[in-house]
Design a protein around this ligand. Structure first.
Ligand code: NDP
Length: 244
């Protein structure tokens, strides 16, 4: 169990994958939670204690603010944000519909900023809090057919480091979690079937073993449960067999 009673934790994109695994893990450790995603039925199906589930698109700044206000009235101030919602639409720049770039930039970059906006003023006023931004190995490296996605995750890396510097004097922590390939629904959103098939072949070529969302959730828990004066700045994790 955490050393102290955990405060309200907001998880965006909690309806599947890493967000859902993190919600389950933190709920099992007594965290009150605000879970956001567009698929409310999936949030409610998690059936977690001390949890408020709300339908919210991270591109909708007002919806995030309203959900935070409602959750704070019930559970007290937000102590942590797990800024996790994201989409990955792969394609070569020559072939990909630019609408897909727009969607990734809106969700992966502006959505992350919107999550920060919803909680940061209160954290600064209280001089405590933790913002965990879920980026990717794609925030440090590059991969074929990933140009726009890699651009969004490099942006998350860069804005997180700058945010950490800005919030350090206010005693607010910023942590970046950068997973490699993980067994979630993320791949299913890509519209290019050849790229999806290529991912399955790549996975087989490394022995079929990629991260499980519960393993990424554990790294988020680790960062959250360090004492407030310890900031895990960045944690990059991937399957041992993943070469790049
Ligand atoms: P999933 O597709 O399983 O989960 C993505 C989550 O984001 C869902 O809960 C989805 O909920 C939510 N989401 C998507 N768009 C929006 C939106 N506009 N507003 C609110 N929520 C949204 O994938 P993962 O769990 O893998 O992804 C979580 C994070 O991890 C992402 O940021 C991803 O980039 C990152 N990541 C994943 C890796 C992987 O290999 N899986 C590797 C490295 C990083 P809903 O559709 O209900 O809105």
């Amino acid at each position: 169990m955490p050393q102290r009673t955990p405060g309200l934790t907001l998880i965006t994109g909690a309806s599947s994958g890493i967000g859902a695994a993190t919600a389950r893990l933190l709920a099992s450790r007594g965290y009150p939670l605000l879970l956001l995603a567009r698929r409310l039925d999936r949030l409610e199906a998690l059936d977690l204690p001390n949890t408020l589930c709300r339908e919210a698109d991270v591109t909708d700044r007002a919806a995030l603010l309203a959900a935070v206000a409602e959750a704070e009235a019930r559970f007290g101030p937000v102590e942590s944000l797990v800024n996790n919602a994201g989409v990955m639409l792969l394609g070569t720049v020559a072939e990909q519909d630019p609408e897909e770039w727009d969607r990734m930039l809106d969700v992966n970059v502006k959505g992350v900023l919107n999550g920060i906006h919803a909680v940061v003023k209160g954290m600064v006023e209280r001089r405590r809090g933790t913002i965990v931004n879920v980026s990717s190995t794609s925030g440090r490296k590059t991969y074929p057919s990933h140009v726009a996605y890699v651009g969004t995750k490099h942006a998350v890396h860069a804005l997180s480091e700058n945010l950490r510097e800005e919030l350090a004097p206010h005693n607010v922590r910023v942590t970046l979690i950068a997973p490699g390939a993980c067994n979630t629904e993320l791949q299913s959103v890509t519209t290019n079937e050849a790229i999806k098939q290529g991912f399955e072949e790549w996975k087989a070529s490394i022995g079929g073993v990629i991260l499980q969302p519960e393993e990424v959730a554990e790294s988020i828990r680790f960062a959250l449960e360090m004492p407030q004066h310890v900031c895990i700045r960045e944690l990059m994790l991937a399957s041992t067999n993943q070469p790049v």
